[in-house]
Design a protein around this ligand. Structure first.
Ligand SMILES: Cc1cc2nc3c(=O)[nH]c(=O)nc-3n(C[C@H](O)[C@H](O)[C@H](O)COP(=O)(O)OP(=O)(O)OC[C@H]3O[C@@H](n4cnc5c(N)ncnc54)[C@H](O)[C@@H]3O)c2cc1C
Length: 420
C-alpha cells in the first residue's frame, strides 16, 4: 500500500462464504472492502447445490470474525455439531452476513467483474507498477465501469466452470454438441431437476462425493419412478474402497454417505463401469452413446458429469500471476495440495506467503485458490483470508511459508481432513 492507493478500497470478487469472510476480515484490520457479486444474491453458487448435505459440521463452516459481527446484531449460531445443507448454510449464515449493516453498503449484486489490471499499465509495463492502483472492470445492467482499488482478493469460486467429461481434460469429441443431455455439477434430482431424470437411464461420471450425492438421489428417485437404470462410470479399476474416511472422522456425514453408497452397490441398485476414459459422446434419436477407452457404454438418456471444477483465470490475465502448472493454484500453494503428491489428503495451514503473486496486492482465495485440486474446505478458506487481510493491512506481516512451519501430514489434525 502506498500514498497513491492507501485511501482506496480493496476489491473482493465474489460474495460466496469466502468473499464475505474476506470483507469482514478487511474491516477487522481497518480496510474498506468493495464486493462484487455477479449473482442476484450473495452465495449464488452455493444456491446451485443447496439441496446437498454438507459433510463438514457448522463448526467448520463459519468464520469466527464473521460470527462476532453477526452476534453483535442478535444472530444466534446454529448447533455447531450439526451438518447443514448448502441451503441452510446460505440462509442461516451467508445471507445474514451479506445483509449485515457493516457489509451490505459495500456489496454490489448483479455486478460481474470482467477483468482486472493496473491503471495505465498493461502486463508488460514495470514503471511504478506496485505503486499503481488496480483497475476493476465491472459490468451490470447500467453498463461497464472501471473502479480503482488498492488490492484485489479474488474469491470468485469455480462452480461456474466445471471440468469436461473428456478423458484428455478437453471436451470429448461430440461433448459440446451433446451438452443438452449432460448436466454438470450436482443437479437437484429430488427437487427441481426431478422430471429430467424420472424414468430415465442415467450415467453418472466421477469418483468423488458429488457423484455419490447424485447416485444417492437417483436411487431415491427410482423408488417411486419406474424403469430407471442407474449407471456409474469411474476412472479407477475398482470401487471397492469407497469407504475411505476413518471411523472417527469429524466429517461424519462424508462417512455416512460412503457407507450408504457401498450398501447400494451391494444391493445391486447401481451398475458400475470401471476404467472409464471418455473419448467420444454421440447423441442419436434421444440416446447418448459414450465411447470409452475400455469400450462402448450402454446407451443412456442423461449424463451427469460430477467430474469437478476448474478456475476461470481469464479475468486475471492482464496481471502478473504465478500459478502451479498442474493444479492452477497459486504457485506457493500448488505443491502442498497437489493430489499427485499428497495421498494422505491433508493440507497444511497456509496463508499470505503461499498465496502471493509477483503482482503485489493480488490474492486468489477460497475454492478458486485450489485450482483443480479437489480438497478445499471452508475452514481452510477462512484461515486464508485472515492471513491475507493481515498482510494487506501491513505488507511486512506476511506469514512465514507453511513449509517452514509444518509438513503436510503433521498439519492434518490442525486443518481437518480433505473434502470432496
Ligand atoms: C456440492 C458441493 C459440496 C461441498 N461441500 C462442502 C463441505 O461439506 N464442506 C466444505 O468445507 N466445503 C464444501 N464444498 C467446497 C466449498 O467449500 C464450496 O464450494 C464453497 O462454496 C466455496 O466458497 P467460495 O466462497 O470460495 O466460492 P463460491 O461459494 O463458489 O462463491 C463464489 C462467488 O463468486 C461469484 N462470482 C463468480 N464469478 C464472478 C465474477 N466474475 N464477478 C463477480 N462475482 C463472481 C459467484 O456468483 C459466487 O457467489 C462443497 C462444494 C460443492 C460444489
Amino acid at each position: 500500500m502506498t500514498s497513491n492507493t492507501k485511501n482506496l478500497p480493496v476489491a473482493v470478487i465474489g460474495a460466496g462464504p469466502i468473499g464475505l469472510s474476506a470483507a469482514a476480515n478487511l474491516m477487522d484490520v481497518g480496510l474498506t472492502p468493495i464486493i462484487f457479486e455477479s449473482g442476484n444474491r450473495a452465495g449464488a453458487n452455493l444456491a446451485q447445490w443447496g439441496h446437498v448435505r454438507m459433510f463438514s459440521p457448522w463448526s467448520y463452516n463459519m468464520d469466527p470474525v464473521a460470527i462476532s459481527l453477526l452476534e453483535k446484531k442478535g444472530w444466534t449460531a446454529p448447533a455447531l455439531t450439526e451438518f447443514p445443507t448448502g441451503r441452510q448454510l446460505l440462509e442461516r449464515y451467508v445471507l445474514p452476513l451479506a445483509s449485515h449493516e457493516a457489509i451490505a453498503p459495500h456489496l454490489h449484486l448483479n455486478t460481474r467483474v470482467e477483468a482486472v489490471s493496473r491503471q495505465h499499465h498493461d502486463i508488460l509495463r514495470n514503471a511504478e507498477r506496485p505503486l499503481t492502483p488496480f483497475v476493476v472492470r465491472t459490468s451490470n445492467a447500467e453498463g461497464e465501469r472501471d473502479i480503482l482499488v488498492q488490492a484485489v482478493i479474488d474469491a470468485s469460486g469455480t462452480y461456474q466452470t466445471p471440468n469436461w467429461l473428456g478423458a484428455h481434460g478437453i471436451p470429448a469429441v461430440g461433448e459440446r454438441a451433446a451438452s443438452q443431455s449432460i448436466t454438470y455439477g450436482v443437479p437437484d434430482i429430488l427437487g427441481a431437476a426431478g422430471e429430467q431424470f424420472a424414468g430415465k437411464s442415467v450415467l453418472v461420471v466421477g469418483g468423488g462425493h458429488s457423484a455419490f450425492n447424485a447416485l444417492q438421489d437417483l436411487v431415491k428417485l427410482s423408488d417411486h419412478s419406474e424403469g430407471m437404470r442407474i449407471l456409474w462410470g469411474v476412472r479407477g479399476s475398482s470401487v471397492s474402497n469407497i469407504v475411505r474416511s476413518p471411523e472417527n472422522d469429524e466429517l461424519q456425514e462424508r462417512r455416512r454417505l460412503e457407507i450408504y453408497i457401498q450398501t447400494l452397490l451391494t444391493e445391486g441398485k447401481i451398475e458400475v463401469f470401471t476404467d472409464i476414459a471418455i473419448e467420444n459422446i454421440r447423441s442419436e434419436n434421444g440416446k447418448l452413446f459414450v465411447q470409452s477407452r475400455s469400450g462402448q457404454l450402454p446407451p443412456v438418456d442423461q449424463l451427469i458429469a460430477a467430474t469437478g471444477f476448474r478456475p476461470d483465470l481469464a479475468l486475471l490475465s492482464e496481471l502478473r500471476t504465478s500459478l502451479d502448472p498442474a493444479t492452477e493454484s497459486p504457485a506457493g500453494l500448488g505443491p502442498l495440495i497437489d493430489p499427485n503428491l499428497h495421498t494422505c489428503g491433508s493440507v497444511p495451514e497456509h496463508g499470505s506467503a503461499e498465496l502471493s503473486h509477483p503482482e503485489p496486492g493480488l490474492y486468489i482465495v477460497g475454492i478458486k485458490s485450489y485450482g483443480r485440486a479437489p480438497t478445499f474446505l471452508l475452514k481452510t478458506g477462512y484461515r486464508q483470508v485472515k492471513s491475507v487481510t493481515k498482510a494487506l493491512a501491513n505488507p511486512k506481516d506476511i506469514d512465514r511459508p507453511a513449509t517452514e512451519r509444518t509438513t503436510p501430514c503433521d498439519a492434518l489434525a490442525a486443518n481437518g481432513p480433505c473434502a470432496q
